[in-house]
Design a protein around this ligand. Structure first.
Ligand code: PMP
Length: 307
């Protein structure tokens, strides 16, 4: 799990933007009407670099489009903003660009609002070598939002209220996180802020997108690295029983990176797992620029402009 640390800056794209303050009546604050990304910056031998920057920014634009949010951003402008923020941020950090409506406006017609961009900066160190421990998860009674009620491919702040109830209840029952099911199929979708992977007989599996998980960028990276390592991997239907009979389980996400799972409810898993270890070290090598540079996953952060 990530150790929470205070954020160190809020950087608005608008010159003279609102500093660290957002009006209390902001529509995004009142109704969860904002879309966002989480992007990691890692130290590499060539200097700090952002991991899969354009993939994150494409997803941000896609999220805004799915919700019908008026804004003035394209990929080039988003990239310039995030690189500028990263240039002034700690080398190892987590950046959270958010497109939101700061104006105190009533109503939920997003076409009547204007969405602005600001980025929050958290210092965050890479997780390092896999530890001998892991997470204990429970299968939550709270299912993910249905794709029939919301465009679940959008990474929207409001949907995290669903993650929050599942995570909070899991915590109260003594677990570290919750696995949530797709409400329509009843199969495994994802964890509250991460994707889920299992290993059985040396083969990696993860829920397919039909069951509503976010199309995680770490998930895609793990699938690519598995192929690289010759580990057979499939995205397909995953039942709770598949989790309970897996040899290894782990969660993936930008902030959490790769986190081993050592128990699902009352079923304990071995806290050593060769597939997790192999993928974890390949992932570490990729994010730190030591290997896999041909994938083009790292965007160098420009040096800060001297004042
Ligand atoms: N699912 C949910 C619900 C998430 O919030 C996240 C974090 N963005 C993920 C999965 C993992 O996605 P990514 O690897 O792109 O961070």
């Amino acid at each position: 799990m990530i150790t929470p640390q205070p954020s160190v800056a809020t950087v608005w794209d608008r010159p003279g933007g609102g500093g660290r303050e957002v009006p209390f009546g902001s529509n995004s604050m009142q109704h969860g009407t904002a879309v966002f990304e989480g992007i990691r910056c890692y130290r590499t031998p060539e200097g700090p670099a952002l991991f899969r920057l354009d993939d994150h920014l494409h997803r941000l634009l896609g999220s805004a489009h799915l919700l019908g949010m008026p804004h003035q951003y394209d990929l080039t402008r988003l990239r310039a903003h995030v690189l500028g923020v990263a240039a002034a941020a700690p080398a190892d950090c987590y950046l959270r660009p958010v497109l939101f409506a700061p104006a105190p406006r009533l109503g939920v017609d997003l076409s009547a609002m204007f969405f602005e961009l600001a980025t929050e900066v958290w210092p965050m160190l890479p997780l390092g070598a896999p530890s001998g421990t892991g997470l204990r998860v429970t299968v939550s009674r709270w299912r993910r939002p249905s794709a029939k009620s919301f465009p679940t491919r959008a990474k929207a702040t409001g949907t995290y209220a669903s993650s929050a109830v599942a995570r909070t209840e899991a915590g109260a029952a003594g677990f570290d996180d919750a696995i949530q099911l797709d409400p329509d199929s009843g199969r495994v979708s994802e964890a509250t802020v991460t994707n889920v992977f299992g290993v059985r007989d040396g083969r990696l599996f993860t829920p397919w997108l039909q069951d509503g998980p976010l199309e995680g960028i770490t998930r895609a990276s793990v699938l690519a690295l598995a192929q690289e390592l010759g580990i057979p991997a499939t995205a397909g239907p995953v039942d709770v029983e598949d989790l309970r009979t897996a040899d290894e389980l782990f969660l993936t996400g930008t902030a959490s990176e790769l986190a081993r799972v050592i128990a699902v409810d009352d079923r304990r898993l071995d806290s050593s797992g060769p597939v997790f270890d192999a993928i974890h070290s390949a992932f570490q090598a990729a994010v730190s620029g030591r290997r896999y540079s041909r994938f083009g996953w790292l965007t160098p952060v420009p040096l800060p402009v001297p004042q």
